[in-house]
Design a binder for this molecule. Structure first.
Ligand code: IPM
Ligand code: MG
Length: 363
Protein backbone atom coordinates (compact mmCIF):
# COMPACT_ATOMS: atom_id res chain seq x y z
CA UNK A 1 0.00 0.00 0.00
CA UNK A 2 1.32 3.41 -0.98
CA UNK A 3 1.49 6.02 1.77
CA UNK A 4 1.38 9.65 0.65
CA UNK A 5 3.08 11.96 3.13
CA UNK A 6 1.13 15.20 3.21
CA UNK A 7 2.34 18.27 5.12
CA UNK A 8 -0.56 20.42 6.37
CA UNK A 9 0.11 24.09 7.03
CA UNK A 10 -3.14 25.79 8.05
CA UNK A 11 -1.41 29.16 8.64
CA UNK A 12 -3.72 31.96 9.70
CA UNK A 13 -7.39 32.92 9.83
CA UNK A 14 -9.80 30.59 8.09
CA UNK A 15 -6.82 28.54 6.90
CA UNK A 16 -7.06 26.90 10.33
CA UNK A 17 -10.58 25.77 9.48
CA UNK A 18 -10.38 24.83 5.82
CA UNK A 19 -7.16 22.79 5.99
CA UNK A 20 -8.56 20.33 8.58
CA UNK A 21 -11.69 20.14 6.41
CA UNK A 22 -9.46 19.25 3.45
CA UNK A 23 -7.79 16.53 5.52
CA UNK A 24 -11.18 15.14 6.47
CA UNK A 25 -12.15 14.89 2.81
CA UNK A 26 -8.85 13.26 1.79
CA UNK A 27 -9.28 10.82 4.66
CA UNK A 28 -12.78 9.97 3.41
CA UNK A 29 -11.32 9.26 -0.03
CA UNK A 30 -8.71 6.92 1.38
CA UNK A 31 -11.14 5.02 3.59
CA UNK A 32 -11.67 1.46 2.41
CA UNK A 33 -9.05 1.78 -0.34
CA UNK A 34 -6.35 -0.82 -0.22
CA UNK A 35 -3.83 0.74 -2.58
CA UNK A 36 -3.09 4.07 -0.90
CA UNK A 37 -3.39 6.01 2.32
CA UNK A 38 -2.39 9.41 3.65
CA UNK A 39 -0.01 10.25 6.49
CA UNK A 40 -0.61 13.84 7.54
CA UNK A 41 1.87 15.98 9.46
CA UNK A 42 0.65 19.37 10.64
CA UNK A 43 2.83 22.44 11.14
CA UNK A 44 1.69 25.33 13.34
CA UNK A 45 3.55 28.01 11.37
CA UNK A 46 2.06 31.44 10.74
CA UNK A 47 1.05 34.50 12.73
CA UNK A 48 0.80 32.80 16.15
CA UNK A 49 4.17 31.16 15.63
CA UNK A 50 5.55 34.61 14.75
CA UNK A 51 4.26 36.09 18.02
CA UNK A 52 6.13 33.38 19.94
CA UNK A 53 9.32 33.08 17.93
CA UNK A 54 9.62 36.28 15.88
CA UNK A 55 9.61 34.32 12.62
CA UNK A 56 6.78 32.79 10.58
CA UNK A 57 8.41 29.37 10.30
CA UNK A 58 11.66 27.88 11.64
CA UNK A 59 14.85 28.59 9.71
CA UNK A 60 15.25 24.88 8.97
CA UNK A 61 11.53 24.48 8.24
CA UNK A 62 12.06 23.65 4.59
CA UNK A 63 14.02 20.56 5.63
CA UNK A 64 10.95 19.29 7.47
CA UNK A 65 8.92 19.56 4.28
CA UNK A 66 11.48 18.42 1.75
CA UNK A 67 10.62 14.73 1.85
CA UNK A 68 6.87 15.16 1.82
CA UNK A 69 4.86 14.12 -1.25
CA UNK A 70 2.79 17.32 -1.21
CA UNK A 71 1.84 20.29 0.96
CA UNK A 72 -1.69 21.43 1.75
CA UNK A 73 -1.59 25.11 2.69
CA UNK A 74 -4.31 27.35 4.17
CA UNK A 75 -3.42 31.02 4.16
CA UNK A 76 -0.87 33.47 5.53
CA UNK A 77 -1.99 36.86 6.79
CA UNK A 78 -2.51 38.43 10.21
CA UNK A 79 -4.07 41.81 10.98
CA UNK A 80 -1.31 42.54 13.53
CA UNK A 81 1.70 41.65 11.37
CA UNK A 82 2.62 43.49 8.16
CA UNK A 83 1.51 41.55 5.09
CA UNK A 84 4.93 41.54 3.47
CA UNK A 85 6.34 39.78 6.55
CA UNK A 86 3.68 37.08 6.71
CA UNK A 87 3.92 36.51 2.97
CA UNK A 88 7.70 36.43 2.58
CA UNK A 89 8.22 34.60 5.87
CA UNK A 90 6.06 31.62 5.01
CA UNK A 91 4.29 31.19 1.69
CA UNK A 92 6.92 32.75 -0.55
CA UNK A 93 9.67 31.14 1.49
CA UNK A 94 8.22 27.77 0.58
CA UNK A 95 7.36 28.67 -3.05
CA UNK A 96 10.81 30.08 -3.72
CA UNK A 97 12.71 27.65 -1.50
CA UNK A 98 11.22 24.74 -3.42
CA UNK A 99 11.36 26.53 -6.78
CA UNK A 100 7.63 25.96 -7.35
CA UNK A 101 7.79 28.05 -10.47
CA UNK A 102 4.43 27.20 -11.99
CA UNK A 103 1.36 28.50 -10.22
CA UNK A 104 -1.67 26.91 -11.80
CA UNK A 105 -5.17 28.34 -11.34
CA UNK A 106 -8.09 26.57 -12.99
CA UNK A 107 -11.41 28.42 -13.18
CA UNK A 108 -14.81 27.04 -14.09
CA UNK A 109 -18.36 27.89 -13.17
CA UNK A 110 -19.28 24.83 -11.12
CA UNK A 111 -22.81 23.37 -11.28
CA UNK A 112 -25.30 25.36 -9.22
CA UNK A 113 -23.09 28.44 -9.05
CA UNK A 114 -24.43 31.70 -10.39
CA UNK A 115 -21.69 33.77 -12.02
CA UNK A 116 -22.06 37.54 -12.34
CA UNK A 117 -21.80 37.63 -16.16
CA UNK A 118 -25.25 37.82 -17.72
CA UNK A 119 -24.45 36.39 -21.13
CA UNK A 120 -21.85 33.83 -20.08
CA UNK A 121 -22.94 30.19 -20.35
CA UNK A 122 -21.28 27.67 -18.05
CA UNK A 123 -19.34 26.15 -20.92
CA UNK A 124 -18.01 29.58 -21.99
CA UNK A 125 -15.78 29.88 -18.97
CA UNK A 126 -13.24 27.09 -18.63
CA UNK A 127 -9.82 28.57 -18.09
CA UNK A 128 -6.49 27.69 -16.57
CA UNK A 129 -4.25 30.59 -15.66
CA UNK A 130 -0.56 29.74 -15.45
CA UNK A 131 1.21 32.23 -13.23
CA UNK A 132 4.99 32.60 -13.28
CA UNK A 133 5.72 31.96 -9.63
CA UNK A 134 9.43 32.47 -9.04
CA UNK A 135 10.51 35.86 -10.35
CA UNK A 136 9.14 38.89 -12.18
CA UNK A 137 7.49 41.45 -9.95
CA UNK A 138 7.81 39.09 -6.95
CA UNK A 139 11.54 38.58 -7.35
CA UNK A 140 12.14 40.46 -4.14
CA UNK A 141 14.78 42.59 -5.81
CA UNK A 142 14.89 46.22 -4.75
CA UNK A 143 15.53 48.27 -1.68
CA UNK A 144 15.02 51.43 0.30
CA UNK A 145 17.45 54.12 1.29
CA UNK A 146 17.35 57.40 3.20
CA UNK A 147 14.24 56.34 5.06
CA UNK A 148 12.30 59.20 6.56
CA UNK A 149 14.23 61.87 4.67
CA UNK A 150 12.83 63.90 1.79
CA UNK A 151 15.25 62.12 -0.55
CA UNK A 152 13.92 58.70 0.47
CA UNK A 153 14.00 56.20 -2.38
CA UNK A 154 12.41 52.79 -2.84
CA UNK A 155 12.46 50.31 -5.72
CA UNK A 156 10.78 47.01 -6.52
CA UNK A 157 12.58 45.68 -9.55
CA UNK A 158 10.77 43.19 -11.72
CA UNK A 159 13.43 40.72 -12.74
CA UNK A 160 12.99 38.22 -15.53
CA UNK A 161 15.48 35.65 -16.65
CA UNK A 162 15.58 33.80 -19.95
CA UNK A 163 15.64 30.49 -18.08
CA UNK A 164 12.67 31.54 -15.95
CA UNK A 165 10.57 32.69 -18.89
CA UNK A 166 11.45 29.71 -21.06
CA UNK A 167 10.42 27.20 -18.42
CA UNK A 168 7.07 28.83 -17.65
CA UNK A 169 6.28 29.23 -21.37
CA UNK A 170 7.12 25.60 -21.98
CA UNK A 171 4.93 24.56 -19.06
CA UNK A 172 2.03 26.68 -20.34
CA UNK A 173 2.31 25.44 -23.94
CA UNK A 174 2.44 21.85 -22.71
CA UNK A 175 -0.62 22.39 -20.51
CA UNK A 176 -2.51 24.05 -23.36
CA UNK A 177 -1.55 21.12 -25.60
CA UNK A 178 -3.03 18.67 -23.08
CA UNK A 179 -6.41 20.42 -23.10
CA UNK A 180 -9.04 19.76 -25.78
CA UNK A 181 -8.92 23.21 -27.38
CA UNK A 182 -5.10 23.47 -27.48
CA UNK A 183 -5.43 27.22 -27.12
CA UNK A 184 -3.00 29.51 -25.27
CA UNK A 185 -3.12 33.24 -24.66
CA UNK A 186 0.19 34.85 -23.69
CA UNK A 187 -0.50 37.94 -21.58
CA UNK A 188 1.98 40.76 -21.92
CA UNK A 189 2.54 44.46 -21.44
CA UNK A 190 5.36 44.93 -23.91
CA UNK A 191 3.91 48.20 -25.20
CA UNK A 192 4.81 49.99 -21.97
CA UNK A 193 7.44 47.73 -20.41
CA UNK A 194 10.00 47.71 -23.13
CA UNK A 195 12.72 45.41 -21.81
CA UNK A 196 11.66 42.33 -19.89
CA UNK A 197 8.22 42.10 -21.45
CA UNK A 198 9.70 42.35 -24.93
CA UNK A 199 11.97 39.42 -24.04
CA UNK A 200 8.87 37.63 -22.68
CA UNK A 201 7.17 38.02 -26.08
CA UNK A 202 10.26 36.86 -27.97
CA UNK A 203 10.57 33.76 -25.82
CA UNK A 204 6.84 33.00 -26.29
CA UNK A 205 7.37 33.01 -30.05
CA UNK A 206 10.48 30.85 -29.72
CA UNK A 207 8.80 28.24 -27.49
CA UNK A 208 5.65 28.20 -29.66
CA UNK A 209 7.75 26.59 -32.38
CA UNK A 210 8.12 23.50 -30.20
CA UNK A 211 4.31 23.20 -30.09
CA UNK A 212 3.03 23.54 -33.67
CA UNK A 213 -0.36 22.08 -32.73
CA UNK A 214 -1.10 24.75 -30.11
CA UNK A 215 -2.97 27.84 -31.32
CA UNK A 216 -1.74 30.85 -29.46
CA UNK A 217 -2.24 34.57 -29.34
CA UNK A 218 -0.92 37.54 -27.39
CA UNK A 219 -3.00 39.92 -25.32
CA UNK A 220 -2.05 43.02 -23.34
CA UNK A 221 -2.96 42.57 -19.71
CA UNK A 222 -5.37 45.50 -19.57
CA UNK A 223 -7.17 44.33 -22.69
CA UNK A 224 -7.24 40.85 -21.21
CA UNK A 225 -9.43 41.97 -18.30
CA UNK A 226 -12.01 43.28 -20.79
CA UNK A 227 -11.76 40.12 -22.89
CA UNK A 228 -12.39 37.95 -19.83
CA UNK A 229 -15.64 39.83 -19.24
CA UNK A 230 -16.77 40.34 -22.84
CA UNK A 231 -15.52 37.23 -24.65
CA UNK A 232 -14.83 34.57 -22.01
CA UNK A 233 -15.16 31.71 -24.50
CA UNK A 234 -12.22 33.06 -26.51
CA UNK A 235 -9.84 32.06 -23.70
CA UNK A 236 -8.67 28.64 -22.52
CA UNK A 237 -5.12 28.45 -21.15
CA UNK A 238 -3.55 31.77 -20.18
CA UNK A 239 0.06 32.44 -19.19
CA UNK A 240 1.12 35.65 -17.46
CA UNK A 241 3.76 37.13 -15.21
CA UNK A 242 3.60 36.81 -11.44
CA UNK A 243 1.74 40.08 -10.80
CA UNK A 244 -0.37 40.13 -13.95
CA UNK A 245 -1.63 36.60 -13.26
CA UNK A 246 -2.21 37.45 -9.60
CA UNK A 247 -4.66 40.14 -10.66
CA UNK A 248 -6.24 38.21 -13.53
CA UNK A 249 -6.85 35.20 -11.32
CA UNK A 250 -8.86 37.18 -8.78
CA UNK A 251 -10.97 38.50 -11.64
CA UNK A 252 -11.33 34.96 -12.98
CA UNK A 253 -12.44 33.64 -9.59
CA UNK A 254 -14.99 36.41 -9.17
CA UNK A 255 -16.37 35.81 -12.68
CA UNK A 256 -16.78 32.13 -11.81
CA UNK A 257 -18.92 33.00 -8.81
CA UNK A 258 -16.72 33.31 -5.73
CA UNK A 259 -13.17 33.60 -4.49
CA UNK A 260 -14.16 30.89 -2.00
CA UNK A 261 -14.18 28.24 -4.71
CA UNK A 262 -10.92 28.92 -6.53
CA UNK A 263 -7.98 26.53 -6.08
CA UNK A 264 -4.32 26.78 -6.88
CA UNK A 265 -1.23 24.64 -7.12
CA UNK A 266 2.33 25.89 -6.65
CA UNK A 267 4.06 23.30 -8.75
CA UNK A 268 7.62 22.17 -9.18
CA UNK A 269 7.14 20.46 -12.54
CA UNK A 270 10.52 18.75 -12.24
CA UNK A 271 9.43 17.16 -8.94
CA UNK A 272 12.68 17.95 -7.18
CA UNK A 273 10.64 19.26 -4.25
CA UNK A 274 7.09 18.85 -2.94
CA UNK A 275 4.45 21.01 -4.60
CA UNK A 276 2.00 23.04 -2.55
CA UNK A 277 -1.76 23.32 -2.96
CA UNK A 278 -3.98 26.02 -1.46
CA UNK A 279 -7.25 27.86 -1.86
CA UNK A 280 -6.67 31.32 -3.33
CA UNK A 281 -8.87 33.14 -0.80
CA UNK A 282 -6.90 34.76 2.00
CA UNK A 283 -7.12 34.42 5.77
CA UNK A 284 -10.52 36.26 5.94
CA UNK A 285 -10.22 37.41 9.54
CA UNK A 286 -13.73 38.84 9.51
CA UNK A 287 -15.26 35.37 9.43
CA UNK A 288 -12.55 33.30 11.13
CA UNK A 289 -13.54 30.88 13.86
CA UNK A 290 -17.22 31.08 12.94
CA UNK A 291 -17.45 27.99 10.75
CA UNK A 292 -18.66 30.08 7.82
CA UNK A 293 -15.71 29.63 5.46
CA UNK A 294 -16.30 28.03 2.09
CA UNK A 295 -14.12 24.88 2.02
CA UNK A 296 -14.66 24.24 -1.71
CA UNK A 297 -11.50 26.15 -2.70
CA UNK A 298 -9.51 23.80 -0.46
CA UNK A 299 -11.28 20.68 -1.74
CA UNK A 300 -10.64 21.66 -5.35
CA UNK A 301 -7.00 22.25 -4.37
CA UNK A 302 -7.04 18.68 -3.00
CA UNK A 303 -8.22 17.54 -6.45
CA UNK A 304 -5.12 19.22 -7.93
CA UNK A 305 -3.00 17.60 -5.23
CA UNK A 306 -4.36 14.15 -6.16
CA UNK A 307 -3.68 14.77 -9.85
CA UNK A 308 -0.14 15.76 -8.97
CA UNK A 309 0.32 12.59 -6.91
CA UNK A 310 -0.71 10.56 -9.95
CA UNK A 311 -4.16 9.58 -8.66
CA UNK A 312 -6.40 10.82 -11.50
CA UNK A 313 -9.28 8.48 -10.65
CA UNK A 314 -9.36 9.72 -7.06
CA UNK A 315 -9.14 13.30 -8.31
CA UNK A 316 -12.17 12.73 -10.55
CA UNK A 317 -14.05 11.08 -7.68
CA UNK A 318 -13.48 14.10 -5.43
CA UNK A 319 -14.33 16.61 -8.18
CA UNK A 320 -17.58 14.76 -8.84
CA UNK A 321 -18.47 14.94 -5.15
CA UNK A 322 -17.65 18.66 -5.07
CA UNK A 323 -19.87 19.33 -8.09
CA UNK A 324 -22.73 17.31 -6.61
CA UNK A 325 -22.54 19.50 -3.52
CA UNK A 326 -22.27 22.85 -5.33
CA UNK A 327 -25.28 21.87 -7.46
CA UNK A 328 -27.40 21.95 -4.31
CA UNK A 329 -28.10 25.56 -3.19
CA UNK A 330 -28.98 24.29 0.29
CA UNK A 331 -25.28 23.46 0.61
CA UNK A 332 -24.00 26.89 -0.39
CA UNK A 333 -22.00 28.93 2.11
CA UNK A 334 -22.53 32.63 2.70
CA UNK A 335 -20.14 33.85 -0.01
CA UNK A 336 -22.45 32.08 -2.51
CA UNK A 337 -25.57 33.61 -1.04
CA UNK A 338 -26.45 30.51 1.00
CA UNK A 339 -26.53 29.76 4.70
CA UNK A 340 -24.74 26.42 4.99
CA UNK A 341 -21.83 26.14 7.39
CA UNK A 342 -18.39 24.81 6.53
CA UNK A 343 -18.86 21.54 8.40
CA UNK A 344 -22.15 20.82 6.67
CA UNK A 345 -20.51 21.25 3.26
CA UNK A 346 -17.54 19.13 4.33
CA UNK A 347 -19.72 16.28 5.61
CA UNK A 348 -21.76 16.36 2.41
CA UNK A 349 -18.62 16.09 0.24
CA UNK A 350 -17.38 13.17 2.39
CA UNK A 351 -20.73 11.40 1.99
CA UNK A 352 -20.77 11.78 -1.77
CA UNK A 353 -17.18 10.65 -2.04
CA UNK A 354 -18.21 7.39 -0.38
CA UNK A 355 -21.36 7.02 -2.48
CA UNK A 356 -19.41 7.52 -5.70
CA UNK A 357 -16.96 4.85 -4.54
CA UNK A 358 -19.77 2.36 -3.89
CA UNK A 359 -21.24 3.12 -7.31
CA UNK A 360 -17.86 2.61 -8.99
CA UNK A 361 -17.32 -0.68 -7.17
CA UNK A 362 -20.79 -1.89 -8.12
CA UNK A 363 -20.25 -1.04 -11.80
C1 IPM B 1 -2.45 35.03 -4.24
C2 IPM B 1 -2.45 36.04 -3.17
C3 IPM B 1 -1.04 36.39 -2.73
C4 IPM B 1 -0.23 36.87 -3.90
C5 IPM B 1 -1.08 37.40 -1.61
C6 IPM B 1 -1.62 36.78 -0.35
C7 IPM B 1 0.22 38.08 -1.39
O1 IPM B 1 -3.13 37.17 -3.57
O2 IPM B 1 -2.03 33.90 -4.02
O3 IPM B 1 -2.90 35.34 -5.34
O4 IPM B 1 -0.37 37.99 -4.37
O5 IPM B 1 0.59 36.11 -4.39
MG1 MG C 1 -3.89 37.08 -5.47
Amino acid sequence: MKTYKIACIPGDGIGKEVVPAGQQVLQALAEGQNNFRFAFTSFDWGGDYFRQHGIMMPDKGLDELRHMDAILFGSAGDPHIPDHITLWGLRLKICQGFDQYANVRPTRILPGIDGPLKRCRTEDLDWVIVRENSEGEYAGVGGRAHQGHPIEVATDVSMMTRAGVERIMRYAFRLAQSRPRKLLTVVTKSNAQRHAMVMWDEIALQISQEFPDVHWDKELVDACTARMVNRPASLDTVVATNLHADILSDLAAALAGSLGIAPTGNIDPERRYPSMFEPIHGSAFDIMGKGLANPIGTFWSCVMLLEHLGEPAQARRLMQAIETVTANPALHTRDLGGSAGMQEVTDAVCQFVQKIDQRQRAA
